[in-house]
Design a protein around this ligand. Structure first.
Ligand code: UAG
Ligand code: ATP
Length: 504
């Protein structure tokens, strides 16, 4: 990476303060923000809440020949001083990896709920349209090519800029033409996608979440960060039913012509796409689309989705619009939606005598409310029994939110352990319980999650709906800073069912 190109790029973005580097003579071989990854002739980037100057010293020992930082640490190698190191890191990464986004059609999803689901739905549609050419960066995993070794477990919803552009480069080199990715609000808060223009940006929904230490200071900041996706997208798709729609649409219009802004929603005659739910079963659903925008005429037909829930019809409409803009045909959409499985999202096991068991990642009021209200409204004759806890060390207001959703829609709840962190899971369970209306919901507190699941399923009758919420396919419990092995909800549930005499 030529230093003079980096300096020019930083100047173009008004980020450069000054530098002690011999700019014209320098050509870096490496770029990293982790001292442990430094090799000879590397530009080391000093960033992070937990950054220590010791990391810079060890980077120099390992071969760093210059550093990029907001502060001059007075060390033996030259510095590139910048106004905002996270933005500078993102630009440097784009230059270092030769702007891989220019060779990809990039689709980004933001929203409090449904990012992972919609990302999977879209990837499945596009993989049918463009086999072996679709990369995906989701909370669950990353796909950068068609081979099994091109898949990685994800660490964050949206990776650090350096890692993001590195994986984009791998994807391009592996022949990928489209990228579908999740864009967390944190990505804008910490400039992980600074300087990236998306071909399509989708705003699914917003409700209060991710507010607190290390996250957003308040809801206004959360909304502001989420709206940045639309300000940085060539085409925008917005859920017509989202809270704060007017503000969000106005933000999109700041940088995008209304011709390139699309909307969708249930029975929304004015939206680009209007959804009419035809049938919802315990395991899938069917819906029709009508169009308000003539350019979308081909999309007005019937679709089946292999994941249940009215909210997944909404996610599907977003995926249809996004994949249409990427060049997919209706047949690809119908195939992709009908053949999608999302690990830990609305997965179900139909038992012989103990009802239907759902495993779902719902872990805050918005998702729990969407899930339970769907089940309650669609299947009013079935009892809803939930098994859940609430995470420790964060999201304390989720506890009251869970109780609210249970009060509105559940008949019984087993309150148990879910990633308690440094807190006592029983105290968390009692806190949820303190907000429960016991005239509506019968609660039982059981510390061990496996036991709670076993009791819920064993005592369920054939028309009951047992919801195992919050952990999806997680095979661990976060306890005192350690990921403690846990078999995972689907495995525990299946073991319980297999052990029941009347199920064999
Ligand atoms: C608050 C936050 O978001 N922090 C993220 C941020 O950390 P940071 O930049 O402050 O860096 P740090 O972890 O304090 O480390 C300091 C620096 O020292 C360096 N270092 C460290 C050790 C060493 O020996 N040498 C060395 O050079 C590190 O490489 C790093 O650059 O950047 C890191 C990647 O560079 C992330 O791993 C880290 O995510 C933490 C783990 C996290 O939990 N983040 C959550 C809040 C998050 O980002 N969530 C969102 C939203 C999820 C959602 O919507 O559901 C997500 O996208 O996942
Ligand atoms: N459009 C939606 N509206 C409301 N709830 C939804 C929607 N889509 C999914 N959910 C619920 O939210 C849960 C999480 O879904 P998903 O993982 O797709 O969202 P996410 O935005 O990636 O979440 P997170 O940021 O918490 O990882 C699902 O298991 C489901 O219960």
């Amino acid at each position: 990476m030529k230093a003079n190109q980096l300096i020019a790029l930083l100047q173009e973005h008004d980020l450069l303060r000054n530098t002690t580097l011999q700019v014209d003579d320098t050509d870096f071989v490496g770029l990293t923000y982790d001292s442990r990854q430094v090799q000879a002739n590397t530009l080391f980037v000093c960033k992070g809440f937990n950054f220590s100057v010791d990391y810079l010293h060890s980077a120099i020992e390992n071969g760093a020949t210059a550093y990029l930082a907001e502060e001059d640490y007075g060390v033996s190698v030259p510095v590139i001083l910048v106004k905002n190191v996270r933005k500078a890191l993102s630009l440097a990464a784009q230059l270092y990896f030769d702007f891989p986004q220019n060779d990809l059609f990039v689709i980004g999803y933001t929203g409090t709920k449904g990012k992972t689901t919609s990302t999977y739905l879209t990837t499945n549609i596009l993989s049918h349209a463009f086999p072996q050419q679709v990369a995906m960066f989701s909370t669950i995993n990353h796909i950068v090519g068609p081979k099994p070794q091109d898949q990685y477990r994800a660490h964050l919803t949206t990776a650090e800029s350096f890692d993001l552009f590195k994986e984009m480069r791998q994807a391009v080199d592996n022949g990928q033409k489209v990228l579908v990715m999740e864009v967390a609000s944190q990505a804008y808060l910490l400039d992980r996608v600074y300087g990236l223009t998306f071909d399509v940006g989708i705003f699914l929904n917003i409700s209060p979440d991710h507010i607190g230490v290390n996250e957003h200071p308040n809801f206004a900041n959360y909304l502001f960060c989420k709206m940045q996706l639309l300000l940085n997208s060539r085409n925008c798709i917005i859920n017509a039913e989202t809270d704060h729609f007017d503000e969000i649409y106005a933000a999109a219009k700041v940088s995008t012509d209304p011709e390139h802004i699309f909307t969708y929603g249930f029975n929304q005659a004015q939206a680009s796409l209007s959804i009419t739910s035809r049938q919802a079963t315990l395991t899938d659903s069917h819906f029709d689309l009508t169009v308000h925008d003539e350019r979308l005429a081909a999309l007005a037909t019937t679709y089946d989705v292999s994941v249940p829930g009215d909210f997944n019809q909404s996610n599907s409409a977003a995926a249809i619009l996004a994949s249409h803009l990427a060049g997919a045909q209706v047949a690809d959409m119908q195939y992709g939606l009908a053949h999608t499985r999302i690990p830990g999202r609305m997965e179900s096991i139909t038992t012989k005598h103990h009802g239907t068991v759902y495993i779902d990642y719902a872990h805050d009021w918005g998702s729990m409310n969407a899930l339970l209200s769907f089940l309650h409204t669609q299947f009013p004759d079935h009892r809803v029994i939930a098994v859940l806890g609430s995470t420790g060390d964060k999201g304390e207001d989720r506890r009251e939110g869970f109780a609210k959703a249970l009060n509105d829609y559940a008949d019984a709840a087993y309150l148990t352990t879910d990633d308690p962190g440094h807190e006592d899971p029983m105290a968390i369970a009692r806190e949820i319980d303190s907000h429960i209306d016991h005239t509506k919901v019968k609660t039982t507190i059981i510390a061990q999650r496996e036991t709670a699941i076993a009791q819920a399923i064993t005592t369920a009758t054939n028309t009951d709906l047992v919801v195992l919420a919050g952990k999806g396919e997680d095979a661990y419990q976060k306890i005192n800073g350690v990921d403690t092995p846990y078999a995972s909800d689907p495995v525990v549930a299946q073991d319980v069912i297999d052990s029941l005499a009347d199920e064999s």
